[in-house]
Structures are given as structure tokens and as C-alpha cells.
Write a protein of this length. Structure first.
Length: 134
């Protein structure tokens, strides 16, 4: 006579090792995906929120062999203080002057003419960038 088994064989109908590994990979993928989305959101917010000061160079005039007047349009929050960096170049595109200008006036938009001293005659000027003073 044959004996009748009372229970199911061990491991035969339970969760396999592959199913456990698949579940673990799904959890790890979800956590990493959420972390990546949070990081992208944080960088995006920081980029948008950090834009309190912006500037644009609208013209320049070489007034002497060692000076250039630069016309800047500055947009900033009323209470913010901003720093804009301007550089001047000679005919060979070598930098002959660089200066940081601080704007702390209690107004949002302004047009300023600033003077950059140079070491040689400049032929062009460019705005490197503007940023808030923190």
C-alpha cells in the first residue's frame, strides 16, 4: 500500500527565489526613481528661485586707451543686492579689463553706465554674468 501524504512538498508552491528577486528589484527601482525625480525638482526650483538678479549689456563706448564705458540694464528684486561682472577684450580677443559692479539700490529695474579700466585699448566688452549677493 501506498502512503498518502498529509502536506504539500516544501518549496514547491511557495514564492520562488526569482519572484523575491523581482520584487526586490522593483522596490529598489522605485526608490531610485523617486530620488531622481526629487533631485531634478530640487535643481529646477533652485534654478528658478535663484534668478533674483539678471543683467544685459546694451552698449559700450571706448572712451580712452585705458577705459571703456559700459551700459548695463539690471533687473532684480527690490530688496536684493546684485553683482555683475564685465570684461573687456582687445582686438586679439585677449582680456584687458575685468570689474565687478555691485547694485544695491532699492529699485527693481535700472540702467547704469559703468566704467571699466583696461590695461590696453579695448575693442569690445561683454557681460560675464550677474548674481545675487547672499
Amino acid at each position: 500500500m501506498t502512503a498518502v501524504r498529509e502536506g504539500l512538498p516544501d518549496g514547491r508552491y511557495g514564492r520562488s527565489a526569482d519572484a523575491r528577486a523581482d520584487r526586490t528589484l522593483k522596490i529598489v527601482g522605485a526608490v531610485l526613481g523617486a530620488g531622481l525625480l526629487a533631485l531634478i525638482g530640487w535643481f529646477g526650483y533652485d534654478y528658478i528661485a535663484g534668478q533674483d538678479v539678471s543683467g544685459r549689456l546694451t552698449g559700450f563706448k571706448v572712451v580712452a586707451d585705458d577705459a571703456v564705458d559700459v551700459r548695463l540694464e539690471i533687473t532684480k528684486d527690490k530688496d536684493a543686492t546684485g553683482v555683475c561682472t564685465v570684461r573687456t577684450l582687445d582686438e586679439y580677443h585677449d582680456e584687458v579689463g575685468r570689474k565687478d559692479f555691485t547694485f544695491g539700490q532699492r529699485q527693481e529695474d535700472m540702467v547704469k553706465v559703468v566704467t571699466v579700466r583696461t590695461t590696453a585699448r579695448a575693442t569690445s566688452a561683454e557681460l560675464i554674468g550677474c548674481e545675487p549677493v547672499r
